[in-house]
Design a protein around this ligand. Structure first.
Ligand code: GLN
Ligand code: ZN
Length: 764
């Protein structure tokens, strides 16, 4: 049997985010183009060298990018929208980065989430212009490794079906033309790779794990038939991930030399399919068995036994033992983590450690011997040690979880009755105005925080500064004339980290960065233990603000599902249980806010929709427990306490039902960029609770004029009644400048006054 170890892709950011620094330096003009290319080349080769030293058989190239791999392909195929033509005389890099980030007078291409990950890719736009192969970067990368390191690598490309599936701008008719033009270009790229000496070419096709209707399956068959006929000499590994291969019976028969399957996230379905339909005997099978989406060490004995089942079911004689998806979704190495609890550290595996696991497992599969004698027992001991760690055995939390009953998941009265009572108690005007939570984090705020972190400032001095900034913004809000205030969130950098640092069960790494988009990296906290509330986390700052005004100041929390979805989460208990633990902690915080006299409490859930599984048939299970976690956190309040929530960065059109189930008294939604769409979907599917559709886009420094906001308000009135209508910007304002924020909010308040007049509504 032929056994090869490989990964689908490796993180390009580098152990110390060298890649990010190089790219940003170039953007700022502090690096010549030549030096930029030289530095990146060095980083690429180092990454390959590193994987080589870790002992992996087959190293991938083409997993490296200058910004995003979808953009790389779009650029390579000449898919450059018309609006960038003005940059035709600029360098290749200037045009490339203009598409990624915009340039003077040209907006950037849209960016959106890469399947169900936290990575965001650039959406290619097809405008009907002729495609052409400009510069085959992948061949450069292949030759670079071959010539400089003497290593034959496996070039990877996002496959043609996924590429067209994620490209925007065509209709049914132009789609055919698009595909017709695109396939020969893929064939060209592949042929050039074969000519350069590539043995295998990996085509990544995550879109083949979505549910596909019959005509799409037929299209995929047609595309691959054409491709294989035009490059008969190429050995193609069709790599699927994030879920099981869909329509297995047909798609496993595609004319390619190998098929890679995800046996972590699509394990059961892939196994069942192989059992039912077999695996084509002439093909290589890629067994994605090491999780590329989590940070935990694998139980090697279990992995080996899974692989053995796949082998015996499939009868495959040629196998690739690989990661379940690209390792770009995990940090580079645990080596630089010096401050973590050793028990936790031992149980972690980032990219390099995962590669070692793959090497170990594949060696065992081919030789029936472990490379190191104790490797299996070591992996089990590490997992065992973490599972018996006291952080995972918090009796209080287990008791609270046990004692939850159905009544904990719902408010004492239905919304209709709560609304009447809240209206009487709160005495807010019609069309109340408010903001989403954060106000601009000025250079001074950032500077002061940095000084405090470096111990150049005492805790008291820092707290006094935050208090002063909060007070200043209370006054600004009075001046603007808003109805419901916020304290401004000056004490927070990140809405998850802030809570994680105050709850038990979280750990923070020093260097575990992953790319979120472009050069932006995030360092998600690790939820490794039971989550428990110990002390009030937000009360002081909110109360400081409340004392200064007669207006209501909203309490401001991040919701349980968002905290979960933006962290790396322990894998020994279901995510649902972790969500409930966080919910119980937040419930205690909400109680503390209520006890301190806060009447309106907002629990943000911007990441609620992000957790949706890829396959629509699995949505309801997730939505059920996610909604319940939110309700567990928010339902035990007094009838008159008004619960708000906020969501953004996503499409709500197919998500109104889950939003309604949250039973939040008020929701604010980001809509300013897709307002019309939301209005039409609210026409079809009415929403009855309190709601504020974002009236201007906070992502832009532009100050909206009153008439523009009025337009949005009037349009919204078609689907939202006066009783439920709130007025707010579409997200937090922390990235904006003070002057534009104040000007925009003043216009928003003016528009609110106008709409009250127009509708003849009451002012309390
Ligand atoms: N309350 C948060 C803020 O205003 C919400 C942020 C978000 O929606 N991502 O910053
Ligand atoms: Zn938001």
């Amino acid at each position: 049997m032929e056994v090869i170890s490989t990964v689908i892709g490796y993180p390009y950011i580098g152990e110390n985010r060298q890649w990010k620094r190089t790219v940003e330096k170039f953007w700022k003009g502090n690096l010549s183009e030549e030096q930029f290319q030289k530095d990146l080349k060095e980083q690429r080769l180092k990454n390959i060298q590193r994987q080589h030293e870790l002992g992996i058989d087959y190293i991938t190239v083409g997993d490296f990018t200058l910004y995003d791999r979808m953009l790389d392909l779009a650029f390579m195929f000449g898919l450059v929208p018309e609006r960038y033509q003005s940059l035709v005389n600029e360098t290749e890099f200037t045009r490339y980065y203009a598409m990624a980030r915009g340039a003077k007078n040209v907006v950037a291409c849209e960016m959106t989430k890469w399947f169900n990950t936290n990575y965001h890719y650039i959406v290619p736009e097809y405008e009907g212009t002729r495609l052409k192969l400009t510069h085959n970067k992948i061949v450069d990368y292949f030759l670079e490794a071959k010539n400089e390191l003497n290593i034959i690598t496996k070039p990877t490309l996002i496959g043609p079906y996924t590429f067209i599936d994620l490209t925007k701008g065509y209709d049914q008719k132009s789609r055919a033309t698009f595909i017709f033009q695109l396939l020969p270009l893929y064939a060209d790229v592949i042929q050039q790779l074969v000519d350069a000496g590539a043995e295998w070419i990996q085509l990544e096709e995550p879109s083949l794990t979505k549910s596909l209707p019959e005509d799409e399956v037929r299209l995929v068959e047609e595309m691959y038939k054409q491709l294989s006929e035009s490059v008969p000499a190429a050995k193609i590994m069709l790599q699927t991930y994030f879920e099981a291969l869909t329509s297995y019976e047909r798609l496993s028969q595609l004319p390619v030399a190998g098929i890679g399957l995800d046996f972590v996230h699509g394990k059961k379905e892939n196994m069942d399919s192989i059992r039912k339909y077999g695996f084509p005997s002439e093909k290589f099978i890629g067994i994605g068995c090491i999780n590329g989406r989590d940070i935990w060490s694998a139980n090697l004995a279990e992995v080996v036994s899974d692989i053995q089942s796949v082998l015996s079911l499939s009868g495959a004689q040629s196998v690739w033992i690989e990661s379940s998806c690209s390792l770009q979704h995990v940090p580079v190495t645990t080596i630089s983590e010096k401050q973590l609890d050793p028990v936790l550290l031992n149980a972690l595996a980032f990219a390099d450690e995962k590669i070692k696991e793959i090497v170990h497992v594949s060696t065992y599969i081919s030789s029936q011997h472990w490379l190191e004698e104790k490797v299996v027992s070591k992996s089990m001991l590490a997992i065992e040690a973490l599972s018996t760690h006291s952080a995972r055995h918090n009796k209080n939390i287990h008791a609270s979880l046990q004692s939850i009953t159905e009544t904990d998941f719902s408010r004492a009265l239905p919304y209709e009755e709560r609304r009447t009572i809240q209206k009487q108690v709160l005495q807010l005007p019609d069309f109340p105005t408010t903001t989403i939570g954060s106000f601009p984090q000025s250079a001074e705020v950032k500077k002061t925080r940095a000084a405090w972190r470096k111990n150049q400032m005492t805790d008291n001095e820092y707290a006094a500064f935050i208090k002063k900034e909060t007070a200043r913004w209370v006054e600004i809000q009075e001046d603007i004339g808003l109805d419901v205030f916020v304290h401004g969130e000056f004490e927070r950098t990140d809405m998850v980290e802030f809570f994680g640092e105050k709850l038990s069960g979280f750990a923070f790494t020093t260097n575990a960065w992953v790319v979120s988009y472009g050069s932006r990296c995030v360092k998600p906290p690790i939820i490794y233990g039971d989550v428990e509330w110990t002390n009030p986390m937000t009360v002081k700052e909110v109360i400081d603000a409340q004392k200064l005004t007669n207006k209501y100041v909203k309490g401001m929390l991040t919701g349980p599902v968002t905290i979960l979805n933006w962290s790396f989460v322990r894998n020994d208990i279901p995510r649902e249980v972790v969500a409930n633990q966080i919910a119980i902690a937040l419930r205690q915080e909400i109680r503390a806010l209520e006890e301190a006299g806060i009447a309106i409490i907002q629990v943000d859930e911007p990441a609620l929709r992000e957790g949706l599984p890829l396959r629509q048939e699995n949505w309801s299970e997730y939505v059920n427990w996610a909604v319940k976690a939110f309700k567990l956190a928010t339902s035990s309040v007094k009838i008159e306490t008004q619960i708000h929530t906020h969501m953004c960065y996503c499409e709500f059109n197919d998500f109104i039902d889950p939003i309604r189930e949250l039973d939040a008294d008020v929701i604010s939604l980001e809509t300013s960029r897709s307002h019309g769409e939301l209005i039409s979907s609210l026409k079809k599917n009415a929403y009855e609770l309190g709601i504020g559709l974002g009236v201007y886009d906070i992502h832009s420094p532009r100050v909206p004029v009153v008439s523009e906001i009025m337009g949005i308000l009037e349009e919204s009135l078609q689907v939202i009644s006066i009783e439920q209508f709130w007025i707010n910007p579409d997200c937090g304002l922390k990235t904006r400048q003070e002057s534009e924020t104040v000007a925009a909010l003043k216009n928003m308040v003016k528009a609110a006054k106008q709409i009250r007049e127009v509708t003849g509504s009451i002012l309390h």
